[in-house]
Ligand binder design. Structure first.
Ligand code: S3P
Length: 450
């Protein structure tokens, strides 16, 4: 989706209580991986609960271009006819991954050890993001890449004819980089080893084990050492995608800051590598409970219940927790603005290279709504104004970033005056039903003229 779609301006107004059940869509990270590993298995993988957001649809389209059969058979129900590890055909057109860093980086990994050449592109946001973090380790397998200055898309990857296995220490905490190397290792002979100092989301490892790959995990002084044995035959799976904790974060946080709210968000994935936000909110004093904790499709799941919490306090968010809540800092900063005292977020340099520079985007939008924010290269501090204390009334810019748009719309629900977002269009990449779902709970938000 790299066309220049017309902007979708929206306004969120101070709202009455949010109330009811919020059925958020499937997990974006798991959805990408289900399609890609399904395409690398031999036979038919069945997926239910797939996120039908634009990012994932772009990955589905890419898998078709590599020769896999990818078919939608119902709401969230998909079938993937895989071509086997090493079976990718060379696409006859450019692979457009739209807004999705996860999509492009995982697919680059999956194709890098096959003897095919592929050109990747994306939208204006994705084409600014760094790709050397994946092409550097992929070059160790023997593939080559040519992109724009600074390792930017559009970029062509010439896959390795005779790949060799790799041992690689990931220099930044990134599940995308780790996963790209593991997926490349699938078509290299022998054992590929990835070492990460900080644990990042482990959906690739879990799913590889489910598909029958030989995958080892060891906790050492260096960090987590993950070993995958190359050239397995992956067995097709039936995958139930849990609902996305990163999407659940929006109705949960909105309920915490809108007076009188009581919202249930069922079936949310609570993989410990993803659940850092909920732990942080509870430390801040949020009335957030887990109900009916269970396991679905190899992932821990619970129903989340969030009630209005006017007495939340700012905290020091432990940097060691950053990887487990990296996508949730924008909405956390909105909660922090409605808490008492300062919330310090440190060790979050990665936020600068997401769909937007998320520290800059949130800091300037919060300031435009009367909130004091200080920031540095890898940290930022929000000074809370207490429940209902945010003046609002500002225009914010989403910078082609879905999570920035949703965070500011949630801010507007609890502010004293409406908050405008210049373009809420990118929300379709991860949470296409955000607007009707929030309105159904009682949120006042609408599309507005420019
Ligand atoms: C993701 C990893 C994270 C996260 C992104 C999804 C994944 O990115 O921000 O939304 O599915 O692997 P990084 O690997 O850049 O940290």
């Amino acid at each position: 989706m790299s066309g220049h779609a017309a902007p979708v301006p929206m306004t969120a107004h101070p709202s009455g209580p949010l109330f009811g059940t919020a059925d958020v869509p499937g997990d974006k990270s798991i959805s990408h991986r289900a399609l890609i590993l399904g395409a690398m298995a031999v036979g038919e993988t069945r997926i239910s609960g797939l996120l039908e957001g634009q990012d994932v649809l772009d990955t589905a389209k890419a898998m078709r271009a590599f020769g896999a059969g990818v078919e939608r058979v119902g709401d969230g129900d998909w079938r993937v006819h895989g071509v086997g590890v090493g079976g990718f055909a060379e696409p006859d057109h450019v692979i457009d991954c739209g807004n999705s860093g996860t999509g492009v980086r995982l697919i680059m990994g999956a194709m890098a050890t096959s003897p095919i050449s592929v050109t990747f592109t994306g939208d204006a946001s994705l084409n600014k993001r760094p790709m050397a973090r994946v092409t550097d380790p992929l070059s160790l397998f023997g593939c080559q890449s040519v992109g724009r200055a600074g390792g930017r898309l559009p970029m062509t990857i010439v896959g390795a004819e005779q790949p060799v296995p790799v041992r690689y220490t990931v220099p930044v905490p990134s599940a995308q980089v780790k996963s790209a190397v593991l997926l490349a290792g699938l078509n290299a002979p022998g054992q590929t080893v990835v070492i990460e100092a900080e644990a990042t989301r482990d959906h690739t490892e879990r799913m590889l084990a489910g598909f029958g790959a030989e995958i080892g995990l060891e906790e050492t002084d260096e960090g987590r050492v993950i070993t995958v044995t190359g050239q397995p035959e992956l067995k097709p799976q039936a995958i139930t995608v849990p609902r996305d904790p990163s999407s659940a974060a929006f109705p949960v946080c909105a309920a915490l800051i809108v007076p009188g709210s009581d919202v249930l968000v069922p079936g949310i994935g609570l993989n410990p590598t993803r659940a850092g936000l909920f732990e942080t909110l509870r430390e801040m004093g949020a009335d957030l409970t887990y109900e009916a904790i269970r396991e679905e499709g190899g992932e821990p799941v619970a129903d989340l219940r969030a009630r209005y919490s006017p007495d939340m306090r700012g905290i020091e968010v432990p940097p060691a927790r950053a990887a487990s809540m990296i996508d949730e800092y924008p909405i956390l900063s909105v909660v922090a603005a409605n808490a008492h005292g300062q919330t310090n977020m440190r060790g979050v340099k990665e936020l600068r290279v997401k769909e937007s520079d998320r520290i800059e985007a949130m800091a300037s939008g919060l300031r435009a709504n009367g909130v004091t924010v200080e920031d540095g290269p890898d940290w930022w501090t929000v000074t809370g104004m207490g429940a209902g204390g945010v003046p609002g009334g500002g225009l914010t810019h989403s910078h082609l970033d879905h999570r920035i748009a949703m965070a500011f719309l949630c801010l507007g629900l609890a502010a004293q005056a409406p908050v405008r977002v210049d373009d809420a269009g990118p929300i379709v990449t991860s949470f296409p039903v955000f607007e009707p779902l929030m309105v159904g709970l009682g949120a006042k938000m609408e599309r507005t003229g420019r």
